[in-house]
Each structure stands twice: as structure tokens, then as C-alpha cells.
Design a protein around this ligand. Sequence first.
Ligand code: ZN
Ligand code: FE
Ligand code: FE
Ligand code: ZN
Length: 325
Amino acid sequence: MAEVALRVNPHPGRNGGATPRRTRTVCIADGFLPFSAHPVFRMSPLSANHADALPSAAPLPGDSHTHTFRCRHAGGEVAEYARAARDMGLPFLAATDHIPHPGGGTDGLHMTLAELPGYAAAVLEARDALSYPVLLGLEAEFELARDRDWLTALLSRHPFDLVLGSVHCGDHWRLTPASPEATPAKIRAIWTDYARNVIELARSGAFDVVAHPDLAKRTGLLPPPDLLEETMFPALDAIAEAGAAIEINTSGLVHPAGEPYPSLPLLRRARALGIPVCFGSDAHAPKDVAQFFPAAVALARAAGYSTYAVFSRRVRREIPIPLPA
Ligand code: ZN
Ligand code: FE
Ligand code: FE
Ligand code: ZN
């Protein structure tokens, strides 16, 4: 039986946030879905110097962050996203709709609890119908890890491949650089709060990936370099200690932020700390799958990355970032 050494997110409990990354041996037959036969999932973890030598069938990395109509503010069904990804030659696509919230209803942003089984079925059916690796994921607000039993029970209902953790709340949604309220002191407070929440997210150990890691710049409230370091470097330390990955999310290019999440200085720091990356378009329509991924690949390479993370049943492995054509 084939065995590969995988780097596993230990998902430590609330008190175990500082658990270091570790390596564990997993049997593919035990730990993976049938689509592990797909070439992308057959590659064993690669050292950085092997990565560049490998022929890359895929022109762009897989997309680990997309939303369907179930989010109420997105359009398209899983199979449409998967078909778009397959036609572009992406090695995989992850559906990561917004997680149902404990009340079970919708706020216009999240699917209802009653919709969760249909969502999981849509992913598994697209996977079968297209014979294409469609990963079953969710995007979850970090606050949900405060009720760990609820979150664990929800995630145990279906064979989830990855869970993105997000810090969505905060004044960074409301204020823009033009807001009279956006004083230097307020911008400092926004980044301080945001980074504190990222640290809580990381230490919870409940999530595989920190999505859009510097989302606080969404409306263009870019921090001066010293404020960025003071607030976000400790957040990256917490992510590294927790063994989580971060996402290079290209939706920042269509937001007033005008650049992917995270910025190059943060990505360089993440690389120095050994934090893995994955790529996410945050597409809310099938046409936006892998949007701006060439720019994201260039950013990753500029930061020194040659591999990226892919998840199956909450186990992470790293595969080569495709070379530009
Ligand atoms: Zn959304
Ligand atoms: Fe988000
Ligand atoms: Fe999203
Ligand atoms: Zn998102």
C-alpha cells in the first residue's frame, strides 16, 4: 500500500495552540478519497529544488476559494465552477461556500443549515460527473471556533477537505481612506484589532488556511510599513506556530486595496517562517475562477515559494507551483 509522508495540520485543541508542525505518515488508501488517483494527488511532497524540474501539466495552480449561489451574493453551481477550472487546465478546484451559522438560517451571506447536505452532494456529484478533483470546503468566520463542539459536529457531517478561516468583522469594512473617521489612530486600532483576531483564528487550530490574511486593507486602508510589521508579523508568528497555511487571494485586485491579499512584505515574512500558501480567487461567479492567478504566481515566486498546498480530507500536502508559460 502506497504511503507518503505528509505534513499534517495537528488541529490542536484550544489549549494547544503552540503545537509545532509535525510530520506523520498516512496511508493514501485510508486518508484519501477515490480521486487520489488523479496525478496531482499522486505527487509526493517535493523539496523545493525538485519542484522546478517537474513537468507541469497545469498552467496555473488549483483554486482553493470559490463561492456558489448558496451564498446569496454569488452565482453559479459547483459543477459550473468545476467545469471552468477543468477547461482552464487547473489541477483542482475547491468549493468553499460560507459556512451555515449556528442559528441555521441565512443572513444573505451564508447558506442555511438545511442547505448543507445539498451543497456537499453538489460537490461530490460534480467530482464524479466530471472525473475532476473538486474539493469540499467551507469558509468559516474565526469566531465560530469559540463554540468548538458545534463546529466539530458540523464538520463531521460531511467529508470536508479544507476549511478556510476568515476574519470578516471589523471597522475595515465600513471605513475608507476618505472617511473622516479614518484617522491614523483609528487605522492603528483597526489593524491592531484585525491582527488580534487573526492570532485567535490561528491559535484555535480549527482551520486549515487563513483566508485573505490582510483583509483589513480591503477598502484601501493600507498600513504604514512599521504598523504592518508591528501588528501582522506577530499574527504570522501565530500562524506558523499553529501549522496553518495562508491563502494568496486575488480578490484584493478587484477591491479598493488594489493588490492581492497578502502584500509582498507579508508573504516574504510568511515564507521565511515556513508558512505554506495556497491560491484562491474568491470567485463569486464561474467566470472568475483563477482570476489574476498569473499575478498571484508571480507574487508567490517573488516571495520565494516554489510549492503550494492542496488539501484532501483536512490533510495538507505541497505540490509545485507551475512555471509561467
Ligand atoms: Zn462571499
Ligand atoms: Fe472572506
Ligand atoms: Fe470568500
Ligand atoms: Zn472569502
